[in-house]
Design a protein around this ligand. Structure first.
Ligand code: FAD
Length: 477
């Protein structure tokens, strides 16, 4: 009788799971294991919204495994190595399988764990399941990692990533006398229940992810190029948390293109899926970029230290409607539309001159799709200090952006209801509205809704001055 552990991490699915497939092939007994090991992930242990998602996703995975006769085995907070060693010793485990992750702390942890397991005489195998190509498989002509998206995309998309594997129809049985533990014992849900908005918005788990994927393939995927920038429209897939936790695999997402009627029209969406690949490529090759800028000119950027401004940004009370709408959408649902992520990040790093790392940390705690690779990429891109980044001098004007991408004001009215009565003409810049218009709309600036935290034009000019100084300091003598 051979016994295998399949160590689930961010691959919380039965289908297209190569580690699970290997165990089904080779073992007579199976331990499907999840270890809650936040210490292993430090300093980027999952934030509050991610923990909420993880709890529900593990519950669904447990149900799916139980239907096949072998429910999830759960181990509470501790080092993964300790939990796995205990199980190996108690159950005489011979095979250990997992799917690879690419965050720097996890690469180091998994390397050490593999070393230990090999020395302990186990057969250990890890697989590619969270990306379409391994970060080390895509390289430029000199064999170096890419830093610019378009050539990366051209190189990456021509690679064959294989077909998704179907879910197993049956599983090897569990060993006798196994203490399973319970997902609830991991304490992932918040003590004070702030999660009602998340629960009303999302259905974590493999089935929820696939329903969403199919709805998107049958509907918005072909219109993506036209509507992807309109935050009031359901125009993007919202698959990001499912891709992060691995309830949907990138290979399954890629296959979506075969279902849509007009695959050409869905190309812009595929491109975004490869931005995710690019993020993983960058984080793997430049692991310091979760904390520090990729562009060394930004290492000594004179960021401001302004706690009240940061708090107003976090709370969605900056007085700038598109920014406040985005920050409130984030707080309520654990997600924010990509266009609005760019706007709120631009306001923080450019108009307020606050460090991108402070914004990235807030996103980390509040996003259900918080992902070290994508979050670092998105923040550094917007701040102008990352790979293939928006140039620093490109500073979004959130009022103009609102007028362009939320022209009817549906998005702002939904998330900033105190402005609901304002006419479209003034909705994105209430500070310019005539007093009579504000009176009619029942808005008293400074009481019902804040005055803007910064003057957009002045703060833009100040940011550009800082940038000119930085360029002068860093230019060769
Ligand atoms: P769709 O538009 O349907 O795209 C499909 C998938 O492609 C997404 O689910 C995602 O996995 C990937 N993708 C799309 N856009 C990007 C992008 N710009 N960069 C990398 N991958 C992308 N995404 C995260 O998954 N986690 C994060 O923590 C995160 N933080 C961000 C922070 C900032 C400041 C910015 C500007 C962007 C961030 N993004 C992050 C990228 C992007 O905003 C989200 O992936 C996207 O909004 C998710 O919505 P969707 O699933 O509907 O995307």
């Amino acid at each position: 009788m051979t016994t295998a552990i399949v160590w689930f991490r961010r691959d919380l699915r039965l289908a297209d799971n190569p580690a699970l497939q290997a165990a089904c092939r080779h073992a007579d007994r199976l331990i499907p294991l999840f270890v809650w090991s936040p210490g292993d992930e430090a300093p980027w242990q999952p934030g509050a919204a991610s923990r909420w998602w993880l709890h529900h996703s593990l519950e669904r995975l447990n149900e799916d495994l139980a239907r096949l006769g072998n429910p999830l085995v759960v181990r509470p907070a501790g080092r993964a190595l300790d939990a796995i060693r205990d199980l190996v010793e108690a159950q005489g485990v011979e095979y250990l399988y997992w799917n690879r992750l690419y965050d720097p702390a996890l690469v180091a942890r998994d390397k050490a764990l593999k070393q230990w397991a090999l020395e302990a005489g186990l057969t250990v195998e890890s697989f590619r399941a969270g990306v379409l190509s391994e970060p080390w498989e895509v390289a430029n002509g000199r064999g170096d990692p890419y830093r610019v998206f378009t050539p990366f995309w051209k190189a990456a998309r021509s690679r064959d990533c294989g077909a998704p594997i179907p879910a197993p129809k049956q599983l090897p049985m569990p060993p006798a006398g196994l203490d399973r533990g319970a997902v609830a014992s991991l304490g992932l849900l918040p003590g004070i229940r702030w999660d009602a908005g998340l629960a009303a918005t999302w259905r974590p788990g493999e089935a929820g992810g696939h329903d969403l994927l199919e709805d998107f393939a049958d509907g918005a995927a072909e219109r993506y190029g036209q509507v992807r920038d309109l935050p009031a429209e359901p125009g993007t897939s919202r698959l990001s948390p499912y891709l992060h936790f691995g309830e949907v695999s990138p290979r399954q997402a890629l296959r979506l293109i075969e279902r849509v009627q007009d695959p050409e029209a869905a190309q812009p969406w595929l491109r975004q899926l490869y931005w995710r690949e690019f993020g993983h490529h960058l984080l793997f090759h430049f692991p310091h970029t979760a904390e520090a800028p990729l562009d060394p000119r930004f290492a000594d950027f004179p960021w401001a230290d302004d706690e009240p401004a940061l708090a107003a940004w976090q709370a969605g009370t900056t007085g700038i409607p598109m920014v406040d709408a985005g920050m409130r959408e984030l707080w309520h649902t654990g997600w924010m539309h990509n266009r609005v992520r760019m706007l709120v990040a631009s306001l923080l790093t450019k108009n307020l001159l606050l460090p991108w790392q402070a914004g990235a940390r807030w996103f980390w705690d509040t996003l259900v799709d918080a992902d070290l690779a994508n979050n670092s990429l998105g923040w550094q891109w917007t701040a102008g200090c990352g790979a293939d980044a928006a140039p620093y001098f490109r500073i979004f004007n959130p009022a103009l952006q609102g007028e362009r991408f939320d022209p009817r004001g549906h998005y702002v009215r939904r998330w900033v209801p105190e402005l609901a009565q304002l006419p479209e003409r003034w909705l994105h810049r209430p500070w310019e509205a005539p007093q009579a218009v504000l009176d009619t709309a029942d808005v008293r600036l400074g009481r019902d809704y804040p005055r803007p935290l910064v003057d957009l034009a002045e703060s833009r000019a100040a940011a550009l001055d800082v940038w000119e100084d930085l360029k002068a300091t860093n230019s060769p003598a």
